[in-house]
Design a protein around this ligand. Sequence first.
Ligand SMILES: Cc1cc2nc3c(=O)[nH]c(=O)nc-3n(C[C@H](O)[C@H](O)[C@H](O)COP(=O)(O)OP(=O)(O)OC[C@H]3O[C@@H](n4cnc5c(N)ncnc54)[C@H](O)[C@@H]3O)c2cc1C
Length: 376
Amino acid sequence: MQHQKPEIETAIIIGGGIFGVSTAAQLVRMGVRVTLLNDGPLGTGASGRSLAWLNSARRRSPPYHAIRQAGMERYRSLASRNPGVNWLKFDGGLTWDADDSANEIAQIYRYERELGYEAELLSPQEVSARVAGVAGKAVTAQGAILNPGEGWVDLPTLIQILAADITKAGGTIITNEGQAELIVENGRATGAATAAGQSYRADAVLVAAGASGPAILAPHGVHIGDDTPIALLVETKPVSHPLRAVLNTPRIAIRPALNGAFFMDSAWSEEEVVVHEDGSFEAKPETVQGMLDAARKVLDPVPELEVAAIHIGPKPIPGDGDPVFGQVQALPGCFIAFSHSGATQGLIAGELLGEEIAYGIRHPMLQHFRPERFNT
Ligand SMILES: Cc1cc2nc3c(=O)[nH]c(=O)nc-3n(C[C@H](O)[C@H](O)[C@H](O)COP(=O)(O)OP(=O)(O)OC[C@H]3O[C@@H](n4cnc5c(N)ncnc54)[C@H](O)[C@@H]3O)c2cc1C
């Protein structure tokens, strides 16, 4: 694909999270002149406070599995080009369910095996013997699934690397002009205007503004289903601990981070975030303590965990849970990237969107993720 001449000369990207920089990096590689507009330092949205577990675990639609697995493959290629880096690891993932009627570990294990997704079903004793840093006694009797091909990425580091690629190839990154909005002329997206009063024109505009994506498109009659919650990510101080795998357990998800810290989140703690009337967020001390307690229960040896930072903010999730990628047909010249699991999909989405934007093709892998599905 990349030897073809692009059909466009210029593109604007609104948003400097993983989807925005990944697509911009792809476009500059193809010879498109890119201007990326972000309302502050890069990577301070969801990408800056992500668990960033690279996976296609559990049940999803076949197209969603396909793009996630392609996403993981792109990271493996990146890892092999950057051996030994501390910001991208494939040390596996381990998951188990609570010991109740909703436990579906056996079914999920069979399902993943049928998909060809690498999975092993381990007893609690096998977990102790096989997975460093995990308390086997915390694993329920139904066992745990080890997915050796899973990993994690430090998105802020990756974003800085891609940003350097963009500027090196002649792209422009603007971070000091506030929020951007679409410029639409004669029914076509022709550029973006920033809060600082600057206007930029281009042949194509990608809205990759994370949780703000639907609101940027709404004034132009484009409805994108939105189920974005406010998410909580707790970062611990560095701790010396053997855990290398990403854990997804009934009460807590934990992943090692590049400086020896742990990042952790969970569904229950997300629901306890307090959203104030002025739009600010707060995590109750007992919620954070509950997360640390839950983490200590699944780790062996039991570490002393201290909070280094609490990250709270929107986690972009489309209304039906599936990604929203590609051209907005009702608004020629406009494209969107709005999805959960943007760590896993970051590289592949940028690659496919870049090709759509540059060559005007509609990639078959994005067929199920078109924004038009919310019109029906
Ligand atoms: C707690 C948590 C855990 C997660 N866990 C995982 C996981 O384990 N695995 C996984 O794959 N994914 C995970 N995700 C999801 C993943 O992090 C996101 O899908 C991804 O980071 C989204 O990237 P983005 O580029 O769409 O948005 P963002 O990273 O939010 O970037 C959008 C950027 O656009 C900017 N912006 C917004 N509006 C405007 C505007 N009008 N003008 C200019 N700039 C604007 C924002 O400031 C921001 O910098 C998690 C997310 C969270 C929050």
